[in-house]
Design a protein. Structure first.
Length: 186
């Protein structure tokens, strides 16, 4: 967290609505994207975003300035998404870390290559088709750049459960994209 953001938080905690509006502007897209990827509904995502910032404003006096504001906002967002999708919480609970052999992540050389618009669209479609739990984990890890530890903190899942969920989500994506590639090669 930057010193400027810490200053805005302090001002907002003392009731400065303009300072809070500046914080909202910085984090609004992240909150909305998380809700959208989780719920797959733009209107629901907008509602969750508004509710997240409403709750943040109400809870801001108790916010510890040493904590990461983005992590706190994501936790609020995820909890609100749980309320909209009760099965999301059940899916998280069903993930068992001992079920999967964890493989190291592949190098980023694939990510650095140019992706065609068609393939990019296929990737987004494949992510959208994942169960809510996996979609949330993929979004936090690969679209928002969170570490495994940060994801565990945001979702309140164990680190092993996060790794297992990401492993399974990647397996599903790999299967979907392999199927797409085979269809286009014919």
């Amino acid at each position: 967290m930057t010193q400027a953001e810490q200053h805005l938080i302090q001002q907002a905690q003392s009731g400065d609505k303009a300072a809070f509006a500046a914080l909202v502007e910085v984090h609004a897209q992240f909150v909305y994207n998380l809700a959208l990827r989780t719920l797959s509904n733009p209107q629901e995502a907008e509602d969750i975003s508004q509710e997240t910032f409403f709750r943040a404003w109400k809870g801001l006096p108790d916010f510890r300035a040493k904590a990461n504001l983005r992590t706190w906002l994501y936790r609020i967002t995820v909890n609100l998404c749980y309320n909209r999708l009760p099965r999301l919480k059940a899916d998280f609970a069903a993930l068992e870390p001992e079920d999967a052999v964890l493989l190291p992540e592949k190098s980023r050389t694939v990510e650095t290559r140019m992706i065609t618009a068609e393939l990019r669209e296929q990737i987004y479609t494949a992510v959208d088709e994942l169960p809510e739990t996996y979609r949330l984990l993929i979004t936090l890890r690969h679209m928002d750049g969170y570490s495994y530890e940060e994801i565990a903190d945001v979702t309140q899942m164990s680190l092993g459960t996060v790794k297992t969920g990401l492993f399974r989500a990647r397996q599903r994506l790999r299967q979907t994209l392999t199927s797409y590639e085979e269809t286009n090669d014919e």
